[in-house]
Design a binder for this molecule. Sequence first.
Ligand code: AMP
Length: 188
Amino acid sequence: MRIVFIGPPGAGKGTQCKRLASELAIPHISTGEMLRATKGESELGEFVAGYIDHGNLAPDDLVMQMITDRLSQPDCCDGYLLDGFPRTVNQAIRLDTYLSERQQSVDIVLELVVEQSVLVERLLARAQTENRIDDSIETIRARLEVFFRRTAPVLDYYRQRGMIRSIDGSLPPESVFQAIRAELNLPG
Ligand code: AMP
């Protein structure tokens, strides 16, 4: 199964994705993690940090290059869970093109819905415990603004195609996970 998982920063998408991918035994592919992993590579790392550290999106061309390289790996042939990708309509269109060239398509798009005030609270708490540079108050605001301006249209893109399932992400993590399982008709 090819799953796209979309949610604003702080919605708890990382936690849910890890658990779901492990239950389905498919790779969990997070573009945020892939981008952060460039940190050690001096030039690319600096280039990427210039975006991430300010809460801005990395350029589509770079992200597409990374993701298509990853999706062409043998472990992706039976499906995967995309976490934090696509984040722009351009990325969504380019993903569809990439897949249709291989007679494939996204099967389902899961959307985690959480109110903005709750997101800010959660992100501030995370900034204190995880010490993520992109979790300062200014970048939290920037990331939320970028989500609603650039990624919300991706949800509309998939909604028009009848592919979205929305889940209430304000519930405790266990209830969110059970709601996801129900949407996917997973047994048990
Ligand atoms: P995340 O771990 O998904 O919250 O992503 C952390 C940061 O990585 C984001 O705030 C963006 O700066 C960058 N990023 C992650 N995924 C993408 C993407 N699909 N396109 C552009 N930038 C991305």
